[in-house]
Design a protein around this ligand. Structure first.
Ligand code: AFD
Ligand code: MN
Ligand code: MN
Length: 431
């Protein structure tokens, strides 16, 4: 029998009742400050209220590195438990109403029932993710030498079939996009023909593309390295855009923030992909060195803001099909994943709110007259504004908690779940 929401309206109501007066004061002060700058706070709050970001089913469990994984008691071990945790995140934060499933990890026998189970928790399904970067028990062919770009036609056929199966599952779940990330690549110069491996990928991806329903998108996720360390078939936004352009209008590029060379100007990539009409979506996370795993905004919140600044610019000059899919993709190795996703979602929506505060007229004028410092200050002023009252009030008005983390900490959620759920096995693994 499907579970209902984890929290009662009373629990959220009494939590908010204790905090609403202080929040109203902070909001009023910010309102006065923004009004002096010609910004209508109510408009910003309404835009914030329409914003949402999906969470990955695999982010609900503790992640690990290739060295080890340190599970916590009460973490989910299957899609049903993951949905339960994601339902709680949505109840508390009201900004993550969709879950992005990954197959075969989230395989079940009845997808109509899974969709209903999610709906009972206030959740829908986002893009479906295929997995051809590891072998599964009983699989006919190995992906050890690649999947969609493999030199072996049988391996490619198996990878194509799996992606088409994911589309079929996604249709039953109400998804409208397939995200394809392949681990294909090499560790040695000369290991593979760099041109032909891309040709094979394009050929195979075209067969997946051909199976997309009319209103679906195929989101191509590039990644510079890992698990391959010398070359990756879809390594960067250039390869991704080339592939998306060759595949057709339903193919778009997905930017995972952690999948670039260090110090790459990601906000410029956003602008470029938008110009080409190929900006499909994001996997938000943060990184300091070569990882793609840290919490969004934890290391470089300014970059996150600048990305949203480009998105606000893009929305002012939309291209056909401009509707980027927003998602979190992190590996929570040292935190409770529920807490990380609550805080990351808040950082993401907060960056969006800040980008809305930029005085575009002043920015444009400064850009036109080549006044670098005034142009920069137009951005910096928005970035420096504490938008927490806007985000918190939008959340409370949507039925969420004013302080989601504080309320979560009172629930004893993990302790309770530790009684009900199986223990996660030890071992290594990114997810
Ligand atoms: C890996 C990849 C990529 C992808 C995810 C799910 O780095 O981010 O989105 O797996 O397939 O983490
Ligand atoms: Mn990703
Ligand atoms: Mn990644």
């Amino acid at each position: 029998m499907a579970n209902g929401p984890a929290l009662t309206l009373d629990q959220i109501g009494s939590h908010n009742a204790e905090r609403i007066d202080a929040l109203a004061e902070d909001y009023a002060a910010l309102d006065r400050q923004l009004a002096r700058r010609g910004v209508d706070i109510a408009q910003v709050k309404s835009a914030v209220a329409t914003f949402s970001v999906a969470v990955p089913s695999w982010g609900a469990g503790r992640g690990g590195t290739r060295f080890a994984k340190f599970p916590i008691p009460g973490e989910p071990t299957n899609i049903h438990e993951k949905l339960e945790d994601c339902g709680l995140i949505q109840q508390l934060g009201q900004v993550t109403p969709r879950v992005s499933p990954h197959f075969p990890w989230d395989k079940v026998s009845d997808y109509a029932a899974l969709r209903e189970e999610a709906a009972n928790l206030g959740l829908g399904f986002d893009a479906v993710n295929s997995n051809t970067f590891q072998d599964q028990p009983g699989q006919a062919h190995s992906y050890r030498s690649g999947s969609l770009s493999s030199t072996d036609a049988d391996v490619r056929a198996q990878a194509i079939d799996h992606n088409i199966e994911c589309i079929e599952i996604g249709r039953q779940l109400g998804s409208r996009a397939l995200t394809v990330w392949v681990g294909d690549g090499t560790n040695f110069p000369g290991q593979q023909h760099l041109g032909r491996s891309l040709d094979r990928y394009l050929d195979a991806a075209a067969q997946v593309y051909a199976a997309l329903p009319g209103d679906w998108r195929m989101l191509l996720e590039h990644k510079l390295f890992e698990p391959a360390f010398y070359s990756t078939v879809i390594s960067d936004w250039g390869s991704s855009m080339m592939a998306a352009q060759e595949l057709g209008p339903k193919a778009m590029c997905l930017i995972d923030l952690g999948h670039h060379a260090p110090n790459v100007n990601i906000e410029q990539i956003v602008a470029r992909l938008h110009k080409a009409g190929k900006l499909g979506g994001f996997h938000f996370n943060d990184s300091k060195y070569g990882d793609d795993d840290l919490d969004a905004g934890a290391i470089n919140p300014h970059q996150l803001f600048l990305i949203f600044n480009e998105l606000v610019e893009a929305a002012l000059e939309p291209r056909t099909g401009f509707d980027p899919a927003y998602m979190i993709d992190q590996s929570h190795n040292v935190t409770d994943p529920i807490e990380s996703m609550l805080c990351s979602a808040e950082a993401i929506v907060g960056s969006f709110a800040k980008a809305l505060l930029v005085d575009r007229e002043a920015l444009r004028a400064a850009q036109e007259s080549n006044d670098a410092i005034i142009a920069f200050r137009a951005l910096r002023r928005a970035y420096d504004t504490d938008v927490a009252p806007i985000v918190a009030l939008a959340r409370a008005e949507a039925g969420g908690a004013i302080d989601p983390l504080a309320l979560y900490r009172t629930l004893g959620w993990r302790e309770r779940k530790a009684q009900e759920r199986n223990t996660v096995g030890l071992g290594a693994g990114i997810v």
